[in-house]
Design a protein around this ligand. Structure first.
Ligand SMILES: Cc1cn([C@H]2C[C@H](O)[C@@H](COP(=O)(O)OP(=O)(O)OP(=O)(O)O)O2)c(=O)[nH]c1=O
Length: 197
């Protein structure tokens, strides 16, 4: 991190995702990981980034009472948005198959929101990446599901895995956002929080 002021903060990443943890390390940030699980439920009327904004804030709630003045808490959420429908994590392999099949030969959007909580204030930022899959065969989908771990991933796929390598024909926007964290936005927002304090 270039901004020296960021060193004065205690950054807490409330995420069990190894991919999000790896991104913060890659950004040379000092941080601690704290986990307080919540049930990811959102009002039905929400759409696209409204859903991930809501869930990224919800993930901060269990921490609010115990945050110290120099803490910055980072919570985030990713969904896949396809033709007006939110695809979260599949509950089992059968649902994973249907999710990936629905993404085949189409363009979908991957939406991530990050919520920064600092001194009782919250900054919520989000971004969208457009991803297009080729027409996937059932054999390709089944191979992916039986060889990799689709169940902990929004939309049942990891762009960083085999299916991303063989199946994605185009991507518009941040790649890291698809993996789970738009790191350019994290950097920008942390800098602006540091500058205003
Ligand atoms: C679309 C896509 C999602 N994902 C992951 C990113 C997220 O970890 C996950 C979506 O679930 P989330 O609910 O956003 O996050 P999480 O439960 O994994 O972690 P947290 O503890 O922070 O709540 O899907 C990939 O790894 N690759 C991909 O290509």
């Amino acid at each position: 991190m270039l901004n020296d002021k960021i060193k004065d903060f205690n950054i807490i990443l409330a995420s069990a995702s190894p991919r999000r943890q790896a991104f913060l390390k890659a950004m040379d940030l000092n941080f601690e990981i704290k986990l307080k699980p919540i049930e990811e439920i959102y009002p039905e009327n929400l759409k696209k980034e409204e859903i991930t904004d809501f869930l990224s804030k919800l993930k901060s709630e269990p921490f609010l009472e115990t945050l110290q003045t120099n803490d910055i808490l980072i919570t985030s959420d990713t969904i896949v948005w396809l033709e007006g429908k939110a695809l979260g994590k599949p509950k089992d392999e059968a649902e994973a198959f249907l999710m990936i099949k629905s993404l085949s030969n189409k363009t979908h959007q991957v939406v991530t929101s990050i919520c920064f909580t600092h001194k009782s204030m919250q900054d919520v930022v989000n971004t969208i990446t457009k991803v297009t899959f080729k027409a996937l065969t059932d054999a390709e989908i089944n191979h992916y599901i039986s060889t990799y771990q689709p169940l902990d991933k929004a939309g049942a796929y990891g762009i960083q895995e085999w299916i991303g390598a063989i199946g994605i024909t185009s991507i518009e926007g941040s790649y890291n956002n698809v993996v789970g964290l738009p790191t350019h936005l994290l950097y920008k927002t942390l800098n602006s929080i540091a500058d205003r304090n």
